[in-house]
Design a protein around this ligand. Structure first.
Ligand code: ADP
Length: 626
């Protein structure tokens, strides 16, 4: 019994491989959570960090509210089952299961009772006296599970436990493990790259890619409302078709021209059109997604040529070619033996089930989005959202990057974090409840904001009462708010920001200006300042980290100025914050009173190299006479 919380967890391996970034998740007691994603996306690394087999580079891990980062694996009360379940070949099943307990000096009677109870749960009581070689693959896997059950751990970690089994056994063991979870009533965290396994086993699924969590939700919601293109195409088999399209209005009707399907035009039903998050997409290129099962054959005017048909008993899958489209277009229909390959077929999209994604960011833009995003501007500590102006909490303002002020930005928040009830430390905005859409696991509720085009969407429980047309207050916890610049980079930081300020001595000699700050002396061609003491302020985004001259050459930056140590300051980094394709590094600079922070490219990590130089071009700072 335990809940497991990961807060901004990072893993950077030696050599700089960034395996897990900003992993943030609360797993509730008794939950069955599945981590799924393609190979190399960081699932095992995350699991191994929970187990304590891998050091956590940054962030916190809590089990039952207790910080675990420095706790030895054996003291975490966790059990882990691996893909390769090495059983001791010379021991019987009973001995294999009892072994760990014996090492812990558990009394014999208790061992006996626990082994027998576990064997009962796993239905392997009659195998207890056998040796592993006399067991089938599935039976061995059960013994491996048994070894962990006897320890009665708070949390079960399972790392692709079924991937060594054949397909049939895998299916059988899936439901065994689900049953086991029901019986044990313990927290399960299960890793798999197999989407079917994930969809059939978890209460909640965490979809990962490139070390980042993409979406966390119930299997149904992930399938119905993928928050981005990756999740949409990763889950579902065969995978969702993606079509290049362009949105336009025909009178009051939203339509899409399918650019890579012979320029055909499709029409959105009104209820669907309403869910377009932002009107800015009209007239723009977007990606339109349609699942193979939502394509209707033998009607409509999209022409497809069937290249291959797979008749699978209860369904037929058509792999088709469409004019002007490189990829196959896949259609799934109930079994139909009359359909053959090398035939043409007319099809139509069931437009109730169409998805739209931003062409560049790949975020879902119709229905509940990954993040609600609305245009905003911050000026003098006030945020302007449409016609509303709300004074920001000063603490929130102290987390804003320099570029966040007096310019067009977007305010974003995950719909899950918006509350209709007052919550502490939150931004309150007023919205009007416009319409509701019923989903399987929840109701999608859409709000409008005065002076803002498009909608602000959130999820409500199915039993919550919704008053259409009513003005309500929405509470957005500051901690959960993200601000983005128009390049989709985050511009609010995790940690408080201080001015990049210090005191510098300026001395001119021989046509050069020497600027001494902290322990470093920077040398430039005459900058035109008089000798003396100055306040120095570094701009946040004009310095460049340099690890070595080799690195500069490798990056093709052959710039004698950068190679010259006289143009660099030494910094000691203590943390970083991924902003998107930029990184915010929090550093200490000798001679500065406070910490400084710099925006740099996201191609390295300070975690493995906390000490480095930063190249300071002459325009990277401002000097003011004291
Ligand atoms: P998954 O479990 O999703 O397949 P992993 O967590 O095993 O992914 O790996 C995530 C990334 O970290 C991959 O790029 C992998 O190559 C890298 N990686 C894993 N283990 C190590 C290690 N011990 N040293 C360096 N890089 C590693």
């Amino acid at each position: 019994m335990a809940d497991v919380t990961l807060k901004h967890v990072f893993k950077v391996y030696d050599g700089g491989v960034r395996a897990v970034s900003d992993f943030d998740l609360e797993i509730k007691d008794k939950e069955f959570v599945v981590f799924v994603g393609p190979s190399g996306c960081g699932k095992s690394t995350t699991l191994r960090m929970i187990a304590g087999l891998e050091e956590i580079t940054a962030g916190q891990l809590y089990i039952d509210g207790e910080l675990m980062n420095e706790v030895e694996p054996k003291n975490r009360d966790i059990a882990m089952v691996f893909q390769s379940y090495a059983l001791y070949p010379h021991m019987t099943v009973y001995e294999n299961m009892a072994f760990g307990l014996k090492l812990r000096h558990v009394p014999k009677d208790e061992i006996d009772q626990r082994v027998k109870a576990a064997a009962e749960i796993l239905e392997i009581s009659e195998l207890l006296s056998r040796k592993p070689k006399a067991l089938s693959g599935g039976q061995r896997q059960r013994v491996a599970l048994g070894r962990t059950i006897v320890r009665d751990p708070k949390v079960f970690l399972l790392d692709e436990p079924l991937s060594n089994l054949d397909a049939k056994l895998r299916v059988a063991m899936r439901s065994e493990i689900t049953k086991l979870h029901d019986k044990l009533q313990t927290t399960f965290i299960y890793v798999t790259h197999d989407q079917t396994e994930a969809m059939t086993m978890g209460n909640r699924i965490v979809v990962m890619k490139d070390g980042f969590v993409q979406q966390v939700d119930t299997p149904i919601t992930l399938f119905e409302d993928p928050s981005n293109l990756f999740v949409a195409t990763f889950l579902g088999s065969p995978q969702m078709n993606i079509v290049d399209a362009e949105l336009f209005m025909d009178g009051k009707t939203l339509k899409a021209k399918l650019n890579d399907v012979d320029g055909m035009v499709v029409t959105f039903p009104e209820v669907k059109a309403k869910q377009l998050a932002n009107k800015k997409y009209i007239g723009q290129k977007v990606l339109l997604g349609i699942r193979p099962e939502h394509v209707i054959p033998n009607q409509g005017n999209l022409n497809a040529f069937i290249e291959v048909v797979e008749h699978l008993g209860d369904e037929s899958i058509l792999y088709t070619k469409m004019e002007n489209r490189k990829e196959q277009f896949i259609i799934k229909i109930p079994f139909n033996s009359k359909i053959h390959s090398n035939e043409a077929v007319n099809v139509e999209f069931n437009m109730e089930h169409v998805y739209l994604f931003d062409y560049e960011t790949h975020k879902a833009i119709m229905g509940i989005p990954a993040e609600d995003e609305i245009p905003a501007m911050v000026k003098d500590g006030v945020i302007h959202v449409g016609e509303q102006a709300v004074v920001l909490d000063p603490d929130f303002v102290s987390h804003l990057l320099d570029e966040a002020f007096n310019t067009d930005i977007n305010l974003a928040i995950k719909p899950d974090y918006i509350s209709l009830e007052e919550v502490a430390n939150s931004l309150k905005i007023t919205a009007k409840l416009e319409f509701v859409e019923q989903k399987t696991d929840y109701q999608a509720v859409y709000f409008s904001l005065k002076g803002v085009e498009g909608y602000f969407a959130m999820k409500m429980r199915n039993d919550e009462k919704v008053n259409l047309g009513k003005e309500v207050d929405l509470y957005l916890p500051y901690q959960r708010i993200k601000l983005y610049n128009l390049d989709h980079n985050k511009i609010n930081s995790r940690e408080e920001l201080f001015a990049n300020h210090g005191i510098a001595m300026v001395k001119n000699a021989g046509g050069k200006t020497k600027v001494t700050v902290g322990g470093s002396t920077l040398v430039y061609d005459d900058l035109g300042y008089e000798d003396g003491e100055y306040d120095i302020d570094f701009y946040q985004d004009r310095l460049m980290p340099i690890y070595s001259n080799k690195m500069i050459k490798k990056a093709g930056l052959v710039n004698p100025e950068m190679e010259n140590p006289k143009n660099r300051i030494r910094v000691f980094a203590y943390d970083e914050d991924v902003l998107g394709d930029k990184l915010l590094v929090y550093v200490a600079v000798k001679g500065f009173i406070n910490y400084s922070s710099f925006v740099v490219d996201n191609n390295f990590s300070v975690y493995k190299m906390p000490k480095f130089d930063m190249y300071v071009p002459a325009d990277a700072f401002k000097l003011t006479r004291r």
